[in-house]
Design a protein around this ligand. Structure first.
Ligand SMILES: Cc1cc2nc3c(=O)[nH]c(=O)nc-3n(C[C@H](O)[C@H](O)[C@H](O)COP(=O)(O)OP(=O)(O)OC[C@H]3O[C@@H](n4cnc5c(N)ncnc54)[C@H](O)[C@@H]3O)c2cc1C
Length: 474
């Protein structure tokens, strides 16, 4: 094999002897990919098309041994290294330029223990993979709203979804992990063994090692769940959002309602003249008895004069895929995110102003309601600290061409700046873009210093640095 020029983590490049690369290849059950080889483009491509990075070498892993070999190789040669799960992170932290990419996306097994209500999940599994297997037994755990998202990155940042109000953040349902640490050791972590590592991994992202297996608590759910959408015109959004914030204070943990402001997609229950106009959509989910659910969501139908609605029982798996068509990979995406404890009048006014001026028809601002069980653990019970957040707000800038970047990014930043006085100051680490490393402290709040100490213990050389990086304590 020809020598390979590759970036080191100290910024220099090194030329690896062909025999060293050949020897790594021989140790793998999966494949070693160089630029131009079959599979290389797929490995380096992530959800956000604004990210266009070219690693010098890809290890496409087939199992734990491949991960260990890749970590040992990266450490031995001091390589700039990134780790890819589902490749959905907005910051593109799954992939690095010029270094080594450890691609886990081929490891997608999900094994359910229906008696124990436990899921064993490999690190390349998507939410869709997880839901398919768990729902075969009428089980689920809180995961996100887009089925092609990776389980690994989602849970390592915290994770929330449609029934987090009932069962907490995804990390609150994580029972144990297997990890390959930076020194190449295989380590099991849970509440008893390596408890500091387990604490750090529940929100601390990819900073502490590569998780090779996740073990989750499952809960009975579905298969049919009450879900729906109620759509109002933008001119009614101020009144609707004020009623929504009151409703949010009174509803039970079984009900979750998100508010999404955007141009109306061509939903079949909306008249054609509404398509493409600015609207507020309330997305409803009830994680309990469906008749009780209908009563619980009834007030949402009377926030104003709806342009259209669709409320009914549908398979949980279908609802978990309902937003996929709006979130397909390949578009250019730029996000800005805040947590809110409540929606002030000022936040509502500012949101409506910005939705009246969307830079592209695909952009939206949403308030993802969490609260409920996500608020009950103490802020220092895991690395994820935002137990005061009732809403995770994301301004989701999305467009097709580089020519639209500047306008869209300015719009998102403007919204972020103008709503900051109304927000908690905290941010969900998984919604940070690659130009927001200055917000990592805000993502971890009071837990930041403990995380830096644990980083020093498990990754003192900062091998795992292509992420929202927590540097080892000095
Ligand atoms: C369309 C869309 C919808 C979303 N909706 C939600 C939502 O509803 N709720 C929510 O909580 N989040 C949501 N997210 C955010 C999501 O949680 C993050 O993007 C998350 O990082 C995705 O995980 P991934 O494995 O696909 O990412 P990747 O880009 O592959 O990885 C993300 C980070 O995790 C690290 N990593 C990945 N796998 C491992 C591993 N096994 N061990 C150690 N480190 C690893 C990577 O190095 C990288 O730094 C959404 C994202 C998108 C794009």
């Amino acid at each position: 094999m020809a020598p390979v020029s590759i970036r080191r983590s100290d910024g220099d490049s090194v030329t690896l002897d062909g025999s060293a690369v050949e020897s790594l290849k021989a140790d793998l059950r999966g494949s070693l990919l160089l630029p131009g080889e079959d599979g290389y483009e797929k490995s380096r491509t992530v959800w956000n098309a604004m990210i266009d990075r070219r690693p010098a070498l890809v290890v496409h892993c087939a199992g734990v041994n491949d991960i260990k070999q890749a970590v040992d190789f990266a450490r031995t040669h001091g390589l700039l290294t990134s780790v890819k799960g589902g490749g959905h992170n907005i910051a593109g932290s799954a992939v690095c330029d010029g270094g080594l990419l450890i691609d886990l996306s081929g490891m997608r097994s999900v094994r359910i223990d229906p008696g124990a209500h436990v899921a064993h999940v490999e690190p390349g599994a998507t939410l869709g993979d997880f839901d398919a297997e768990a729902q075969a037994f009428g089980l689920a755990t809180p995961l996100g709203i887009n089925s092609t998202t990776g389980v690994a990155g989602l849970v390592l940042g915290g994770g929330f979804g449609w029934f987090s109000r009932k069962h907490g953040m995804t990390i609150d349902n994580l029972l144990a992990v297997d990890v390959i640490t930076a020194d190449g050791r295989f380590v099991r972590a849970n509440g008893r063994e390596n408890a500091d590592l387990f604490w750090a991994l529940r929100g601390g992202g990819g900073n502490f090692g590569i998780v090779t297996r996740f073990e989750f608590q499952l809960h009975p759910l579905g298969p049919g769940v009450l879900t729906g959408l109620v759509v109002y015109p933008l001119k009614e959004a101020a009144s609707a959002l004020k009623q929504y914030r009151q409703f949010a204070k009174e509803q039970s943990d079984e009900t979750t309602v998100w508010a999404v402001l955007r141009k109306a997609p061509p939903l079949p229950f909306l008249p054609p003249e509404v398509h493409g106009t600015e609207v507020i959509v309330f997305a409803l989910f009830h994680a309990g008895d469906t008749e009780a659910g209908r009563k619980a969501v009834e007030p949402v139908r009377h926030f104003g004069k709806a342009l259209g609605e669709f409320i009914g029982v549908q398979p949980y798996r279908s609802w978990q895929q309902a937003f996929d068509p709006l979130l397909t990979p390949g578009a250019r995406n730029y996000w800005k995110s805040h947590n809110f404890a409540d929606l002030s009048d000022g936040a509502i006014e500012t949101t409506i102003k910005y939705v009246g001026n969307l830079p592209s028809p695909h952009c939206e601002i949403f308030f993802g309601q969490i609260g409920g069980a996500t608020m009950r653990p103490a802020a220092d019970s895991a690395a994820y600290p935002h137990r005061n957040a009732m809403y995770v707000c994301n301004v989701h800038g999305r467009w097709d061409t580089p020519a639209e970047d500047r306008k869209g990014m300015e719009w998102a930043r403007g919204f972020f700046r103008d709503t900051a006085p109304h927000a908690t100051g905290g941010v969900y680490v998984n919604f940070l873009t690659d130009d927001e490393s200055d917000r990592v402290k805000a993502a971890y709040g009071p837990n930041f210093h403990r995380l830096a100490e644990i980083k020093k213990k498990y990754d003192p050389q900062n091998l795992f640095r292509i992420n929202q990086n927590i540097r080892p304590a000095v």
